[in-house]
Each structure stands twice: as structure tokens, then as C-alpha cells.
Design a protein around this ligand. Sequence first.
Ligand SMILES: [Zn+2]
Length: 582
Amino acid sequence: MLEIIKNQRSEYYIVNNKDASVCERFAASELEKYLYLSTNCPLPIYSDKCDKYGKEIIIGRARGNKKDERLNNLSDEAFIIKEVGDDLIIDGNSPRAILYAVYRFLEDYIHFRCFASDCETYKEVDDIVFKNEIIFDFKFEYREVYFTDAFTSCFASKNMLNSNLADLGEREGGKNKWFNFHHSFSDIVSPKEYFDTHPEYFSYIDGHRVKEHTELCLSNEDVFKLAVEKVKEWKRNHMDCHIFSVAQDEWMGHFIKMACECDKCKALDDKEEAQSASIINFVSKVAREVNKEYPDVLIHTFAYQYSRKPPKTLIPDKNVIVRLCNIECSWSRSIEEEYRMNPKSRGGLFYDDFMKWSKITNRLYIWDYAVNFRNYLLPFPNLRSMTKNIEFYKKNNVKGLLMQGNFSHGGGGYLDKLKAYIAARFMRYDNLVLEDEVMEFCKAYYGKKAAKAVFDFIFLFEDAVKGYDLWLYDDSDHPMFTDKLEEQAANLLNKAYIETEAKYRFRLGELSLNLAYLNLTRLDMDVKDRNEMIDDFSEAVKAHHITELFERTKLEYSIDVMKKSQYAKKRDNWQSLYYIMQ
Ligand SMILES: [Zn+2]
């Protein structure tokens, strides 16, 4: 036990190594900043070049502090918080781990929380008494919450996301940096460049080589050589990355044939009873070849749509990341619940594939989803299924998780900030109680007086979806949406709005856009002033800086669709704003 602060006074100094990295120095200043805010007691920071003036909180390896042996077999993000004599040691396997350790200390001792980039809280206390040693490591080596607000360094770092897309620099200890984050076959061998001279590089389907919307012939030796050269070129130009994507392109893999069916590709896929076989064979060979020159390189590929089913006997190379996408699932139940209810349902079949992948790969990552992409604002009550699935992934050997929400430039989307916070929290900690976490968020984000009504609003929809399916592309004619549900939801939001303090009302206004969208898209076409109401809604959307209502779609187009059709269904001449996910 260490009495670090007593009655707002302290004998402690915070100390860095004189050669500490930018990130370790930032960790020290974050500790000082939040302890000061919480206790009104400023702890001086100095380097270990100074003599020891008193008791110390040692950040990283300063004062000759050696690495604790218990960190040896843990990841480079593992950390320890312990006492040695009168000193407190906050150390980790990397500068980023040390910064995470500081945030963990603040979470435990002043109840520090970063709920969103514009909402963080801590308790005001008079005493800090260190009691329990902590050694911590993450179950997921890659943690990414793909929501606009979660890309800020403030949110990502404090919620311990090592996210590829987040704005995490040297100060935050860097991140899990990828090159070419997703689909990449056409970047490796472009049909525009090669098809006319080498049609044999591309998918052979129904008697001919395909040029448009194609994949690669993965048994072709030249394609293999081009892929190896391309990955090496990427690596040479991006030495700070260690994950490179060699992954199928995204066309219409659910509906039309994509994989090459030339004799050689087909023979392997038939033998392995899965079209993922050619892909796994190919990327494993690429990984082994590239690793001869760059041993730290990992090759990422997808198990998605036509490649979701794992091969029967082939095993991915140890340096291949297989990212399995669960886009076919229903989000009203967890994957396990779906399987137990009906093993032959879409979710049940996904469960089967998942379990097989989890046995054959040591780097299984998951691409999961947490918003309705066709209608970003439409209530998409998946908090229960999302958190159960995160636990399920942890139990079953998953090493990385991306939770994709609305990541458009303006953000927004149903409960996007809450979902980003909950996803990040469940990714790093076990045994959390969803309802407690949501209530804590509601109190901080919407004000204590509104918290109960907002909590009830959130769980009203979570309860309403029970017994139904919930897909990523549902419209507001989903059977869970009824006039009665809308009325109950509106009453709760009104209650919250009246009861809370004025400073929280803008946030409640954003929450009410979800209900307004539901209401307006369900209105009959002949309701008086329907268009005017949609115009008012459009102004409110803009006041909250939301840029998209439908995924990758111009805002004006979406408003026009709402006016033209009930449930926003008439989407003629839709154009995709395909911006970069890197
Ligand atoms: Zn082929």
C-alpha cells in the first residue's frame, strides 16, 4: 500500500528516464494533469538525471528500474503497475504500453473515463492510496473501432485502441499500422494494365477469363511473382507498416461467381471443398517469400462472402492474418444464440465457419458491424449482441477485432458514440455488465437527470428487437417499428429533454434525430406538410454536421429519397462516394 496523495498533499515526484521517449514523457504529463484535476495536488515531474528528492512514481525504465520478468512472455502492449519500497512503478513492454498503464491507473484511482472525444470524466478525491498490483495484457492484439469519433487520438488512446485509422502519432506511442487496409487484388495486378496482354492472370469463369469485376487466377506463377514484388515495393515505401493486404476485391461475391475456376484453381478448391483454399494457399506462399527479406511482415487476407468457408485441410501460414467478416449475420442475437436457436440459419452457418477458422489459424481477426448501413440513423439495437459477440471472440482464439460503424466524415449514426465506447471497453476488459456501462455513459454524456430516460430509450429498442431478425440493410418497415414503440420512445426523449440541464440538450437533439428519421420515413406519403417536415429534419441534421444518412451517399440525395418514398426505398440512380478507408 502506498499513500500517494493524502488530504490533497503528496510527498511524491513523477520521474522519467532522462532519455525517455516522447510517449513516455507524455504519459508522465497525463498522469500529472489528471491527478492534479482530481486531487488539486500538483506532483512535480523531473528526469532521473536529478537526485532523488523523495518518494517517486517511476514511469518506464528510470532510476535503473529493470523490466519485471513477468512481462517477458506477454505482448508488447502489456504493462505492470506495482510498488517497490516506497516507489510506484508504472512500466510496460513499449512506450504505448506505459501510456496505457497510466490511463489504467487513472481509471482505477480517480475513475477516469473518456466516453467520447468531447466527454471525459473523473472523480474529485482527496486521497490516492495505491493498493493492488496490476499486470495486464490484451486478448486482442489489434483493436479498432471504426466510428468517426473513435479516430481522434484523444478517444483512441485513452480507450486503448491501437487502431490503424486513428490519429495516433509518436506521442501516443504509434499504432497498429496497416498498408492497403482492405481489398487489394486489383492493386496488385490491375486488369486495366494486364488483362489485354495476360488474360490468364484473372478469374476464369464459365468458359472465359473475366476483365470487369474480377479476381485473380491464384495458381498462376506470374501472378504470385507480381504479388511478392508488389508487397516488397509497398514495404520499401512504408517501412513503418508491418501488415499488408493481399485480399480479394469486393464485387458481388454473394451473388455471382468470383473465384477463378481454371483447372488448377478448381482442383485445389474442390479438394479442399472451399474456394478459400486457393486464397489461403496463395497468401501463405506470398507471406513465406516476403518474410525471407522482411521477417516482420504479416499478410492480411479476407474470409468474406465466397471465401468465408475455411479449407478442409490447408492451414494458413503463421504470418497470415485471416479476417473473417460476419456480414451475413443477424444482429438481434449473438452468434452463439443464433446457432443454438437454429444451426442452419445464416448466423448458425457463420458460427460453423467461425469455429473452423478459429481452430486452424493463429491470427484470426474479425470484421464486425454495428450500424445499419442503408439507414445510418435508424435505430439498430445491437448492444446486447455486440457485447456478447466480443466475449465470444475472446473465448475462441480471435486476435484482432474491427467494429465498423458509421465512419463517414460527419459521423453520426444511431448511438455511435455510445457504441464506440462500449465496443472499446469490452475489447479490453472482461466481465463487464452492459447495463452498468451504458448507465455510466448516459450520466456523463446526457447529464445525470436525463440518464434514466435515455437508458430506458436505449433498452426500449434493445427489447423491441427480440424475436425478430436485424440485418445491416433493413428499412423502417421492419416489424419491430410500430406506432406504439415510436410513442414510447418519444415520451422518454421528451422526459430526458425537459429534465436535463441546458448544456446537454444539443446531444439529446442529436439522439432525437434517430427518432425523427424513423418517424418521417414511416409517414404515409399523403401526410400534410410531409416535405416541409423533412426539410426541417434536413436542417437539424446539418446543424449536427452529419454528412451522410445512407452509407457513402450525398446528403441531398438521401433527403430527396425520403421525400419521394415511404421507408426511403426509392434509390434510383444511386452513386457511391467511394472514399478511402486507409
Ligand atoms: Zn485459376
